[in-house]
Design a protein around this ligand. Structure first.
Ligand SMILES: [Fe+2]
Length: 242
């Protein structure tokens, strides 16, 4: 990312960039140092997910940060925020909301209970709203995109690490993609050295996972929207690097 994101941002003419960074620290969680490096590489906002708390030092950092957010449907007793508004390159405020699905996750409350209030809060500040729905189940992500149709600019899924082929823009002007995919080594089992992941699955024995190295790609999506926050187009991004 540090090598390729600045060039890719310029090439795609991206005026705002959101990165899901919850696997940045050797596959699980993120540290303040890594967050700073991702922001320096060209991210405007970093979202997180189920691995948010894996690194102890992230709590105080999230309390102070306006650029790194965690799922909004975590307990209100945890540090950080799940909604932020930051300026795009042309000054347009962009709201980013991060929520966590329910299947195999443990959100304090359902994202569906929190999302209306979050969108209303965002709408008070801007019409351009991006939702990162970090979830295992495609059905939950598709359902959220339906619920938010016409209310937000984009609903983008993360967590499964496998980019889906359902990029679409609805008639009401919401772009959606069930999973944006993975930036990392694709010669792997979703980022982990394949032999280690396979060994654990075959035997059920504990195995210390290591991050793989080959087949590095940047994956994501580019959304084009108008001044009123309506999406006009969505294009999945999938770039391989030798
Ligand atoms: Fe995740």
């Amino acid at each position: 990312m540090e090598e390729r994101l600045p060039q890719l941002r310029a090439e795609l003419d991206a005026s705002f960039c959101v990165v899901n960074g919850e696997n940045a620290a050797d596959g699980v969680g993120i540290t303040p140092k890594l967050a700073a490096r991702i922001l320096a590489a060209g991210a405007d906002v970093i979202t997180l997910g189920n691995h948010t708390w894996r690194r102890n030092e992230i709590g105080p950092y999230l309390s102070a940060s306006e650029q790194v957010i965690r799922p909004a449907n975590f307990s209100p007793l945890t540090p950080g925020r799940g909604l932020t508004v930051r300026p795009a390159a042309d000054g347009t405020p962009v709201a980013v909301i991060n929520v966590l699905g329910s299947l195999f996750m443990s959100p304090a409350i359902s994202m569906f209970e929190r999302i209306d209030q979050l969108v209303a809060e965002a709408q008070e500040q801007t019409a351009t709203i991006v939702v990162d729905v970090h979830a295992e189940a495609t059905s939950e992500k598709v359902a959220l995109a339906h619920w938010l149709d016409g209310k937000v600019t984009a609903v983008l899924g993360t967590h499964t690490h496998v980019q889906t082929s359902d990029a679409r823009v609805t008639r009401a002007g919401t772009a959606a993609l069930t999973d944006a995919g993975m930036t990392g080594p694709h010669d792997s089992v979703i980022g982990v050295k394949a032999e280690l992941a396979v060994h654990r699955m075959r035997t059920g024995m504990p195995v210390r996972f290591e991050v793989a190295e080959g087949g590095v790609r940047i994956e994501g999506a580019v959304i084009d929207c108008d001044d009123s926050g309506r999406a006009r187009a969505i294009e999945p991004v999938r770039r391989s690097f030798p």
